[in-house]
Structure formats: C-alpha cells, structure tokens
Design a protein around this ligand. Structure first.
Ligand SMILES: Nc1ncnc2c1ncn2[C@@H]1O[C@H](COP(=O)(O)OP(=O)(O)OP(=O)(O)O)[C@@H](O)[C@H]1O
Ligand SMILES: [Mg+2]
Length: 443
C-alpha cells in the first residue's frame, strides 16, 4: 500500500481520512440509520430522472407536433430574431424560395428570401412598436407576373421573446375573383347605360334617315308633285338637277344616308344590351355551330379585314350533349362575333397558317362552346378589358368594340351562362361560352 501511495507522489494522509469516513458510515452502529436514508434518496433521484425523461419526451412530442402544424399550413411562415436572422422556416417557405430549412436557419432574412427586402422597414417598425403589420395584395416578384400576396408581420412579445413572425399568403385567386366581379358589375352597368342611350338616339336617328330619303325624293326625282312645285316657283327641274350635280349635293345625300345607317347599326347592337331573350328553345348546338361557320365563311368583308378563306378549321364536338335551351339567333350572333374576331386577329397579324378550333364539350352542369385561334393573342391590358362595351383596338370603321360586350350580355344576362377567355400556352386566344344544361326556368 505504502508503495502505491508513494507512487502517486502523496503522503497518503488524504486517503486515510476518506477511509475513516467510510468505516464510520458502515460502522456497526451507523449502518442501520444511514441505509434507509440512502435508499430514499436513490428513489427520489430515480423519480426525478424519470420525470425529467417524461418531460423531455413530452417536449419533443410537442415540438414535433408544433412543427407539423406549422409545416402543414398553406402559408409561408418565417420567424426572425431582432437582427433579422431566420429562426424558423416552414415547409411553405421551402417551397416558395427553394431554400431548405437547414440552409435557412441562422442566415440573414434577405440572403435567403430576397423578395422580402422591400418589406424590411415595415418588419423593423413592427418590431419597434410591437404592433402587427398587415400588407394586403402586395404584387409578388417571386413567381412569374401577376401574383399577389398578403404579408403579415407579428412581433413576438410574449415570454421575453424577441423577434417577429412573418406570414405570407398567396391571394392571387381572390384578387382575380374580385377583379372579375368588379369588371362584370361595371360591364352590366355600362351596358344598361348604353341601352338607355341607344333608345334616346334611335328616334332622332330615324328622323335623319327619313328626312334624307325625302330630300332625295323631292330634289332628285321627277315626281309630278316636284314638277308642279318647280313650275309654281318659276324654275325648271333640268336646271335644278344641273345645279345640284355641280354642287355635289347627291354625293352629300349619299354620305348622310351612309353615316346614319352606320350609326343605326351601332344603335341596334346597343339595344341588344336591354333585350331579354324570350324564345328559349332546345338547341342543337353542333348544327348551330356549323351553320354559324358557314355564315362566317360567306360573310367575309375585306374592308373590315375579315376573310375566312385560307383558315384551317378543326372541329371537336362531344357526342353525348345534354339538352340546352337557348335563343338560337342570339347564340349564333355570339359565335359569329367570336369567329369574326379570331379571323380578324389572325389576318391583322399575318399568321402564316391560320387555324380555328371549334369545340363543344359536355361539362355535366353546362355545355361549353369553345372558339380558339392561333392568332397573336391578347396583352394583359386588352384581356382585362375585352368585354367592356366600346373597347376596341381596331381603327374607326373597322370595329366598334361592341361585339364581345353584346356577346357577354347575351350569354350572361339572357341565358344565365358564363363567358370567359383563356390564353393558351401555345399562343392565340380561347373564348368559352358556358350554357346551362337542362333548360331555362324563364321558358
Ligand atoms: N381572337 C382574338 N384575338 C386577339 N384579339 C382579340 C380577339 N378577340 C377580340 N380581341 C380584342 O378584343 C377587342 C374587342 O373585341 P370586340 O369584338 O368586342 O370588338 P371589335 O372586334 O374591336 O369591334 P366589333 O366587334 O364591334 O366590330 C378587339 O378590338 C381585339 O383587340
Ligand atoms: Mg368583334
């Protein structure tokens, strides 16, 4: 023993003290009193360890549960500390940014989510005054164009925590729906106004047309009443005609008549905003589509840059079409407008191989008529406004901008249907007319 003590370099006194204590503990008189105490302490310790283990299990379970909740939310959720370093990054954030949680945690917000740079001031402000900040319908720069997001910043204030949680929700669909509703409200009210105006213009216009016709009769024809009035006035008709010719009066009368007829045509279109359909009949839509196509082919008008020759036609009609009640003349007018527009657009854009796709699709609740072209398509601005009355991109005399708005009214107001447009990926334009299947209660 002494050798070992010496070997460790000590004088052995410490170990001797320790041995004394141990002997004291296990001594004949001490054994009985200390042992149960020790056992109790051991049990207490075991309890404590078990409790802590259970608490840690519960904590782990809660954390996993919370992460699951955060990850299954459709929103993007990102938490940051006061220095804008990321402390939480959910699945939505991973999907939107393409950055994994492990790569985002601890990094600065701007480095992993550059689109939020513009919002840093507001996030900072929310942190400073400890008030949430709501930013509605923010145009998104991250994913293509035309998307909108709601961004909410909640400062973390409870339990001495510092930082903020940023929530981002994609509200593009909601914004589109709102825009559509506003647009259709606008179209309906402007349509009503147009119909009212048309009524007012109709009478004076009829007066102009009628007076022009009478003027022509009284000045340029050799009716007995004209001859008689000329004799009574001391002039001869031959001399009067030579004078009128030299002053080009007949040309002017022609111009009055032509312009008034054009105006009357527009007024007639405008009046259809107010016309409610009465004669809803079961319609054979494939035959209606085919007849309209024939009409469009024969109705070409070179002045209006509208020519069906050379357009390749593709048809795709479903066989099992349900009964649809409609006013065939009105639906024909809609389809003719769509076909003319398509042909005009393809002509204008000098499309090398113009194609027109006509389909009739059974969608159960409704039947969808589709007119699609491979023309130049529409810009965002034009697409937003095509159904507005008088919106046109064509020159004066080539288009009035009434075709689609009248069509919209016929479909939506008179047939309880829907009309919409899509811009196919391959280019061109696709107009869709949905007519409810099974008939119309108004019949
Ligand atoms: N198939 C299409 N391709 C490209 N642009 C189109 C197409 N259909 C419509 N448009 C655009 O929508 C606008 C509005 O069309 P709409 O039929 O209402 O009036 P319009 O054709 O200009 O005149 P109108 O039909 O009264 O002669 C057009 O001027 C055109 O710019
Ligand atoms: Mg048109």
């Amino acid at each position: 023993m002494s050798e070992r003590f010496e070997g460790r370099g000590g004088d052995g006194r410490e170990d001797a003290d320790l041995r004394l204590k141990i002997v004291g503990l296990g001594g004949v008189s001490g054994r009985k009193s200390y042992y149960p105490e020790l056992q109790r302490k051991v049990r207490e310790l075991e309890w404590e360890i078990e409790e802590r283990r259970l608490a840690e299990d519960e904590l782990r379970r809660l954390r996993a549960y919370l992460e699951n909740v955060i990850d299954s939310m459709p929103s993007v959720l990102v938490a940051v500390d006061p220095d804008f370093n990321v402390t939480q990054w959910n699945r939505g954030a991973e999907v939107l940014t393409g950055v994994e949680e492990a790569d985002a945690l601890g990094r600065s917000l701007v480095s992993v989510f550059p689109e939020l740079e513009a919002q840093l001031d507001r996030i900072g402000q929310a942190l400073l005054d400890r008030e949430p900040r709501f930013m509605k319908k923010v145009p998104s720069s991250s994913e293509g164009e035309g998307r909108f997001e709601d961004i909410t910043v909640y400062p973390l204030i409870a339990n001495g925590l510092q930082g903020a949680v940023i929530r981002i929700d994609d509200v593009t669909e909601q914004v589109r729906l709102e825009e559509m509703m506003i647009q259709s409200e606008k179209m309906l009210s402007v349509g009503g106004l147009a119909a009212g105006m048309a009524h007012e213009i109709n009478n004076p216009l009829a007066g102009i047309l009628q007076s022009a016709a009478v003027l022509r009769n009284r000045l340029l024809s050799s009716m007995p009443a004209n001859e008689k009035a000329a004799v009574e006035s001391g002039i001869d008709m031959e001399g009067l005609w030579r004078y009128l010719d030299s002053r080009k009066i007949p040309d002017m009368l022609d111009a009055i008549q032509e312009s008034s007829e054009r105006a009357a045509g527009i007024v007639k279109e405008m009046l259809s905003f107010a016309r409610k359909g009465k004669d809803h009949l079961p319609c054979d839509l494939p035959s209606l589509m085919d007849r309209t196509l024939e009409l469009a082919k024969n109705d070409y008008d070179l002045k209006k840059k509208f020519d069906f020759r050379g357009i390749e036609i593709f048809k795709d009609y479903d066989d099992d079409l349900p009964d649809v009640r409609c006013e065939p003349g009105q639906i024909q007018q809609v389809l003719l407008n769509l076909m003319k527009n398509a042909s005009q657009a393809m002509w204008e854009a000098h499309v090398e191989r113009p194609k027109l796709y006509l389909s009739i699709i059974n969608r159960g609740e409704y039947v969808r008529l589709v007119v699609q072209d491979n023309g130049p398509g529409l810009s965002d601005e034009v697409a937003r406004r095509v159904f507005e009355p008088f919106f046109t991109t064509k020159k004066v005399g080539e288009g009035t901008g009434l075709g689609l708005s009248v069509s919209y009214f016929i479909v939506v107001e008179n047939h309880d249907g829907a009309m919409s447009l899509e811009r196919p990926d391959g280019g061109g334009c696709r107009f869709m007319v949905d007519l409810p299947a099974g008939g119309d209660e108004r019949v």
